[in-house]
Design a protein around this ligand. Sequence first.
Ligand code: MN
Length: 209
Amino acid sequence: MYTLPALNYAYEALEPHIDGLTMHIHHDKHHQTYLDKLNTALTNYPDLAALSAEDLLWHFADRVQLKTPIDIATAIKNHGGGFEHHNLFWEIMSPNGSREAVGDLSAAINARFNSFADFKIQLIDVATKHFGSGWAWLVLNEKKELAIYSLPNQDSPLLSKHYPIMGIDVWEHAYYLKYQNRRPEYLEAIWQVLDWQKIEERYQLGLKK
Ligand code: MN
């Protein structure tokens, strides 16, 4: 059984950028529901449940789809994605942290996107234009190159063996209480609470994956 990770900071710690009520509902209700539905889907598949959620998605094509009926595979894709993406999301934010890329990731961003400022413009643009629910991602692709794209719903880059370094949730549940239809304001607010030290740690994990 997977379990809900606690936040490493108080629900209100990201205010005024991300409000406490949104954090409560997002973590305690939405994330919890993805978790519950994932655990239900895996009830009769203990060998799959023994994998980390990251590996469950990473090996989706070669293990999960082969071992489970289509409806359960779909539940694992949707709710496994929802569970793992939110694990990542809480981890890469913090009330105080590095607000610009550091270390090897900083060098890689500058090499790939010209500068951190240019990278931000591209990522925010992709997140702004994403139609409907989904996530904007910075990933390491199969060649271990950085790439920016968005995916719908809880479709995971991990399904394509792309390692998600950071992601921004653009489901309306992530911002509607405070920002209503103003997604660009939410994206600017999220940018203020990203912790690039944590994102650098994910970059190092991705290089080794
Ligand atoms: Mn969400």
